[in-house]
Design a binder for this molecule. Structure first.
Ligand code: AMP
Ligand code: ZN
Length: 466
């Protein structure tokens, strides 16, 4: 069945046909490893996982590259501020390489917990400096780059068209620029492809322009070209990459090779928290471990991501995530009931479900619609191992590890209560000893909000995870 994917380049859903037979070549912008990735970042990687799984489900083989940015991503997505890696290294009093190593490991640990399929090739920026240098030289040789006292800039005015991906209005952007434009830039919206290292900069390499380091956009251009060629099938990232990072990747590839590097550009809308932007100052930038501490499994967060299509904003609340945790528990229980069921269902009905599921996922990854079909099956009064088999088959796309449902349910029974919950239980015991029923009830409600049911029995209080 034909797959349709939405392409930011022409703002349409198009039939997807790989450039090269049965193999799909994909590049995904990966994490900048200067701190823990947050749940917003992971919405984008859950999407990446879904895309991989949908393509595999349709019988394609994949050659998928994800980069690790361990140098060159400045504090803004443009040319402002310090390198994020250097800043974190100074703050944590470690070398940027130690910082990168630590947060890369943490990132893959979370990826594993989310059961996210690992791309075939993981490419670290610092291990590809010669490839990037070659790319930068080509841009300069072709007349698209020029040197200033601080950097090698890409001359955007040399392109036939800029921007091509976003609707960004260059004039407005110039007028709204937050900092003084570098007076050495030929055009205010030119961007750095290579940056001359200040004296105290740790990460720097020899280049025709002295000790320096690559710009973030150039890294992705060079690494995608190295592994996937000058033109490949799909490029992915979050919507924040559209106006600057991906626009500039396209400019660079046009400057070096005269081509837009990918056919399809796919972007994930943002995950918001409590209806607004996630930000450190609001204290609402959550990690996967922080969700776990509150009793929300990484796979429940994954299921939560399926409540909205990837091209619409998704609002994270703990209430919503807890509801997804309960849904996941129910789904597992239903799967087990079906697995042990003896009812028989018609093959034609199974085929109908398969077709409907395929139609949903092939329609630009409509996971909310696909989940509707999963729930229909799970809730079926007919308890049949054929349904269990179908759920396992569909789970190849969802990646919720339904096959191991028994294991998760068993683990939940044995789960040790988190310290926060134990503290609340203690406080409630004290309140009851003091006959403070109001406080006791409040704590019970609080525990319920956190996903724990309190029962008062003759033997005392029992607390169970919902
Ligand atoms: P970074 O490590 O900052 O380069 O971001 C990694 C990925 O997460 C990129 O593809 C971003 O576009 C994406 N991203 C960042 N914030 C969010 C968010 N709130 N929701 C969804 N994706 C995000
Ligand atoms: Zn990138």
């Amino acid at each position: 069945m034909q797959i349709k994917l939405y392409n930011t380049l022409n703002k349409q859903k198009n039939d997807f046909v790989p450039l090269n037979g049965n193999e799909v070549r994909i590049y995904s912008c990966g994490p900048t490893v200067y701190s823990y990735a947050h749940i917003g970042n992971f919405r984008t990687y859950v999407f990446m996982d879904n895309l991989r799984r949908v393509l595999k489900y349709n019988g394609y083989t994949l050659k998928h590259v994800m980069n690790i940015t361990d140098v060159g991503h400045l504090e803004s997505d443009g040319d402002e501020g310090e390198d994020k890696m250097e800043k974190a290294a100074k703050k944590e009093k470690k070398s940027p390489y130690e910082i990168a190593d630590f947060y890369t490991k943490a990132f893959f640990k979370d990826m594993e917990k989310l059961n996210i399929d690992r791309p075939e090739i993981i490419a670290k920026a610092t291990e590809h400096i010669p490839d990037m240098l070659e790319f930068a030289k080509k841009i300069v040789e072709n007349g698209y780059g020029y040197e200033t006292s601080t950097a090698i800039y890409f001359d955007v005015s040399k392109l036939d068209k800029y921007p091509v991906l976003s609707n960004r209005n260059i004039e407005e952007q110039i007028a709204g620029a937050r900092v003084e434009v570098d007076p050495e830039k030929r055009n205010p919206y030119d961007f750095a492809i290579w940056i001359k290292a200040p004296e105290n900069h740790i990460m720097k390499w020899e280049s025709p322009w002295g000790l320096s380091y690559p710009g973030w956009h150039l890294e992705c251009s060079a690494m995608s070209r190295k592994y996937l060629g000058e033109v490949f099938d799909i490029h992915t990232g979050g919507v924040d990459h559209i106006p600057t990072h991906h626009e500039n990747e396209i400019a660079q590839s046009k400057g070096a090779f005269g081509k837009i590097p990918a056919k399809v550009w796919m972007h994930v809308e943002f995950l918001q928290v409590d209806g607004g932007k996630m930000s450190k100052s609001l204290g609402n930038v959550y990690t996967i471990s922080e969700l776990e501490e509150k009793g929300i499994e990484p796979l429940a967060f994954k299921l939560f991501c399926y409540t909205a299509h990837y091209r619409t904003k998704l609002n994270f609340t703990f209430e919503g995530a807890m509801a997804s945790q309960k849904s996941l528990n129910r789904l597992r229980e239903s799967y087990i009931k079906h697995k042990n069921g003896n009812d028989k269902i018609e093959n034609s009905l199974i085929e109908q479900y398969k077709t409907r599921f395929l139609e949903a996922i092939n329609d630009d990854l409509n996971l909310p619609l696909a989940m509707g079909i999963i729930w229909e099956l799970a809730r079926s009064e007919t308890k049949s191992s054929q349904i269990a088999d179908l759920l396992v088959q569909f789970d190849k796309v969802l990646g919720l590890d339904l096959e191991n449902s028994e294991k998760y349910i068993e683990n939940q029974k044995n789960v040790e209560l988190p310290t926060e919950i134990l503290d609340l239980i203690e406080q409630r015991k004290k309140a009851r000893e003091e006959k403070n029923w109001k406080l006791s009830d409040e704590i019970r409600d609080n525990l319920k909000e956190k996903g724990y049911i309190v029962k008062d029995t003759k033997e005392g209080m029992s607390v169970e995870k919902m």
